[in-house]
Design a protein around this ligand. Structure first.
Ligand code: BG6
Ligand code: MG
Length: 219
């Protein structure tokens, strides 16, 4: 078994990746920079300001706004997002996640969260999963966005486990890259074509179990 399992939040524990997409899409429309789900794949796991820069660069509009204006645009997207997550409940936790968290606890395997979201604590509380976690990295303390491994390494350090004894779970290509750069095993949830850098790709969270985790770990 791994000694620690490090979870991404958005798109792994709950479907909030969809809420992020809709909020960015709304801002994009207002800026006359429309984008589709395929482009959205490149935003998954990426922090707020870096996501904005990617959208602006899609519209060749990076130089159109001052830093102050960019901050205001990012805040606007966040207001759309925060509004859309107000009604999250424990029922919005994706299939198989609670059983896995309970199994991990029972087996005394450390549990951490490595989300790029500054709303991670709020979302975890709404979902009532926060109490399962030995550590939730505060995104405000992370300097480098995924695919940089910083957030995963911070999570491992916080629970006192070497990266080689950790498994990370992600739904984003940038997240899988971050896990692998951190020297950890990666399990991805989603499309195998997009997430092929992972050690194992599962179509959805219901396939997650202690067995699938230990399988990837004993490789
Ligand atoms: C990641 C999401 O978890 O958090 C991204 O995958 C999002 O879509 C990023 O942009 C930052 O979130 P927030 O809540 O701090 O804007
Ligand atoms: Mg994610």
């Amino acid at each position: 078994y791994p000694q620690a399992v490090i979870f991404d939040l958005d798109g792994v524990i709950t479907d909030s990746a969809e809420h992020h997409f809709l909020a960015w899409q709304q801002l994009g429309q207002e800026l006359s920079i429309p984008f589709d789900r395929q482009f959205n794949e490149t935003l998954k796991g990426v922090n707020r300001m870096d996501s904005l820069e990617r959208i602006l660069s899609l519209g060749q509009a990076n130089d159109r706004y001052s830093e102050t204006e960019k901050t205001a645009l990012a805040e606007k997207k966040n207001r759309y997002y925060v509004e859309s997550i107000q009604h999250l409940t424990p029922q919005d936790v994706l299939p198989g996640i609670i059983d896995l968290l309970k199994d991990l606890r029972q087996n005394k395997i450390k549990i951490a969260m490595a989300s790029a979201s500054k709303n991670a604590q709020f979302v975890s509380e709404r979902l009532e999963v926060d109490h399962y976690f030995d550590h939730i990295v505060d995104a405000a303390t992370v300097e480098k966005s995924k695919p940089h491994p910083e957030v995963f390494l911070k999570a491992a350090t916080a629970v006192g486990v070497a990266p080689t004894d950790c498994v990370g779970i992600e739904d984003a290509a940038a997240g899988v890259e971050a896990i692998k750069s951190a020297g950890m095993r990666a399990i991805a949830i989603g499309d195998a074509d997009i997430l092929n850098a992972a050690d194992l790709v599962l179509t959805d969270t219901s396939k997650l179990s202690l067995t699938t985790l230990s399988g990837v770990f004993s490789k």
